[in-house]
Write a protein of this length. Structure first.
Lengths: 254, 473
């Protein structure tokens, strides 16, 4: 299944995207970036930096004050349904229906995602791929750990087979082993040609998996570099330097 | 997609512990209401038969229609009134139809068993008004905000799901699932009736179906209200609290307030006040009657030693005065009754109109209209008893030549050698209570059913509009 419009490379694109909430807070200020097919962009930044707001704008949960978010060329607030057909979302804490089994949850979200003809084997295959043991496939989710739920979340994305994936701090709260497995999965999805935008606090994972690293602060994108350019450098130090530098420039500006 | 969402809603509801508990309680109460209704009806039928037999026994051995005393008519029990009690337990079930006074129904169910008046019956009205509305609230209050709290709403709307489709599927799924579950419980209750020996006519089944339909409409209104409030709230706890307040207002406060308000706005003289006026008028009438009786003079052509002729003349004189007195009293009483009835009608119309602000009142009025236990029942029984008394009077006059509803002085000579023949009770005109017809009931209930339908539409529209603006994050 190919959703790309001919000649359009970036699957995820933010064009001078801004969001000011009703209470006057400027959550996002003229943010622009692109994520191409087969690329992972890791968005770093502290709490309130605007990472989640960016993802919510891509999902049309909120409308931008100005600018555009595009998925495969579709402007999300103008053609939200077309845009959402081409994206999957895994949140920080994947919450599914606790009284449904893993397969039933997968079936439901696959149907919502437009995959109405999936077989049980395909669901099982997706669940096995994300590392969920076979005996858990037909168990209700109410007994699942966070790691298992996150795996189900990524299995939903796999089944949907959308060209773009949005991850909102997906490894937060996972133990190192689960985190590692998750990152490996994301890498494999990138290798399949998915465009992945991932917000995270985890500098180590970001550097390990992302093709590009962006740093956000106070709603602005203050750094966007390719990961290879960071070779031999301490990302944590760079992050802290950018953060403090941006904070200082903000103080001077005010 | 719509089907997927409806199916998910149904499966999620049916697999939840909340549904199992709420439905279990509701189903048990529905079955209990049918069981208790069936038992009460069978008991009422037995009592009715016993009362009728006692009434007939009074006629045993009578050889003269003039000696007939305390003849009564009875309001026959109906299986529907055992299921939807309405006013049937409050009004008297029997009335004495001989004599000049006004018809007065006696021996109401609550009069005989006051304990039932304290706790009332567990009937379908109670189950629908209280339990069904709470069932709808308990299963609908977190329909939207609960999904938001659990985080499933975000994941759902990360897919290409139109909001209108989602909310319509949500409401349809809930309504179909819960409605079907309730319908199954109600059907089981209906099946209990013939099993327990209660037989219903075709029309009674139709009426029962309409009663159940009214209940489901009421349930739909509360479910839509619950979804609407849920779509206006971001926390399920605040949605539940709001709905609880709405339920208290609708089920308890508004109907009672409407009656109180009507009582204040349209004062109606009490029965005692009216009776006192009637008694005062009757005393005056009797005084005049007694004075007039003194003026009796035997007609000039009456032989002075013919006592029979004298008595017959006196009887005619007395009858004539009695008839005048009765006519005047009847006219006076009729006027007072009419005035009271008119005021009462205005008060009732006011109270019912104001109470209909609450769907609970509309449901109650629709159900009692179909069951034939609305406020109409009392007047209907009185009217029927009054009409029967007139027929009975004509019958007795034909048999005896005497107006038994007037004052009498009977002078009769008998021949000891004759053996008087006993009267034949089968000759008495039969009292057959005609319940409100199907078309009358439908007319009476139509307004209330329409109000319930409007409540449904308004709450559905509210839920729809609220969800289109809902923050799904």
């Amino acid at each position: 299944m190919s959703y790309d419009r001919p000649g359009e490379t970036p699957l995820l694109e933010a064009i001078e995207l801004s969001k000011r909430y009703e209470d006057g807070v400027l959550a996002l200020d003229q943010v622009s970036f692109r994520v191409a097919a087969g690329e992972i962009l890791a968005m770093l930044g502290g709490n309130g930096a605007g990472k989640t707001t960016t993802i919510h704008l891509f999902l049309n949960f909120i409308e931008p004050t100005s600018g555009e978010a595009r998925i495969a060329g579709y402007v999300t607030h103008r053609e939200p349904l077309e845009a959402k057909k081409r994206v999957s979302f895994v949140s920080e804490n994947v919450m599914l229906y606790p009284h449904f089994t893993a397969v039933q949850n997968l079936d439901f979200f696959a149907r919502l995602g437009g995959r109405t003809q999936c077989s049980r084997d395909e669901y099982r295959e997706a669940l096995l791929r994300v590392g969920l043991a076979e005996e858990a496939h037909d168990k209700r989710l109410k007994g699942f750990s966070k790691g298992m739920r996150q795996k189900c979340g990524i299995a939903i994305a796999i089944i949907k087979n959308s060209p773009a994936i949005l991850l909102d701090e997906p490894t937060s709260g996972l133990d190192p082993k689960a985190g590692r497995e998750f990152i490996e999965l994301i890498s494999s999805l990138r290798d399949e040609g998915k465009a992945i935008l991932m917000s995270t606090h985890d500098l180590f994972r970001a550097r390990e998996v992302a093709d590009r690293v962006a740093i956000m602060s106070s709603g602005r994108l203050i750094m966007d570099v390719k990961t290879p350019t960071l070779a031999g450098q301490d990302l944590e130090e760079i992050y802290m330097r950018y953060m403090s530098g941006h904070a200082a420039s903000q103080a001077v500006a005010s | 997609m719509w089907r997927t969402l409806v199916w998910k809603e149904a499966r999620e509801l049916l697999s939840s512990a909340k549904f199992a508990t709420a439905f279990g309680v509701t189903a048990v109460l529905i079955l209990l209401a049918f069981y208790a209704g069936a038992r009460n009806h069978l008991q009422a039928v037995a009592q009715h038969r016993a009362s009728m037999a006692e009434n007939a026994r009074r006629l045993d051995g009578l050889t003269d229609w003039l000696t007939l005393q305390e003849y009564r008519v009875f309001l026959p029990p109906s299986p529907l009134e055992a299921l939807v009690t309405g006013v049937s337990s409050d009004i008297g079930r029997t009335a004495e139809v001989l004599g000049r006074g006004e018809i007065s129904a006696e021996d109401s169910r609550f009069n005989e068993d006051p304990i039932f008046a304290v706790f009332r019956f567990l009937d379908l009205t109670f189950v629908f008004q209280v339990v069904l509305s709470l069932f709808a609230i308990v299963l609908g209050y977190d329909a939207i905000c609960g999904e938001k709290e659990r985080g499933t709403l975000r994941l759902t709307f990360a897919q290409a799901v139109p909001r209108a489709t989602y909310i319509l599927a949500k409401i349809t799924g809930s309504l179909l699932t819960l409605g079907a579950s309730l319908a199954a419980a109600l059907l089981a209750g209906c099946l209990l009736l013939p099993v327990l020996g209660v037989t219903l006519t075709g029309e009674e089944w139709l009426r029962l179906a309409m009663i159940l339909l009214s209940g489901l409409l009421y349930f739909g209104a509360f479910l839509a209200l619950a979804v609407c409030v849920s779509a206006l709230s971001h926390r399920s706890s605040s949605a539940f609290l709001t709905l609880l307040v709405a339920w208290i207002m609708a089920a308890l406060v508004l109907p009672a307030s409407a009656v109180l308000l009507a009582g204040r706005a349209v004062p109606v003289p009490s029965v005692d006040e009216v009776s006192s006026q009637k008694a005062s008028f009757a005393r005056g009438q009797f005084k005049d009657f007694a004075t007039a009786m003194k003026d009796f003079k035997a007609p000039p052509d009456t032989p002075p030693d013919d006592i029979q002729a004298l008595m017959a003349a006196f009887q005619r004189f007395s009858d004539s005065l009695s008839a005048e007195r009765t006519a005047r009293q009847k006219e006076f009483n009729g006027r007072l009754n009419e005035e009271r009835r008119n005021r009462l009608r205005v008060q009732e119309r006011f109270a019912l109109g104001a109470a209909r602000v609450s769907p609970t009142a509309s449901l109650s009025l629709a159900m009692t209209a179909f069951a034939g236990t609305s406020l109409v029942l009392k007047n209907r029984f009185y009217d029927e008893a009054e009409a029967y008394r007139a027929r009975l009077g004509d019958f007795l006059k034909e048999k005896t030549g005497v107006n038994v509803t007037g004052s009498m002085m009977v002078w009769r000579t008998t021949d000891d050698s004759e053996t008087p023949e006993p009267i034949d009770p089968a000759e008495l005109p039969a009292f057959e209570f005609r319940p409100t017809s199907w078309s009358e009931s439908l007319r009476e209930a139509a307004g209330n059913l329409s109000i319930l339908a409007v409540f449904n539409l308004v709450c559905f529209a509210g839920a729809f509009a609220a969800f289109l603006r809902y923050d799904v994050r």
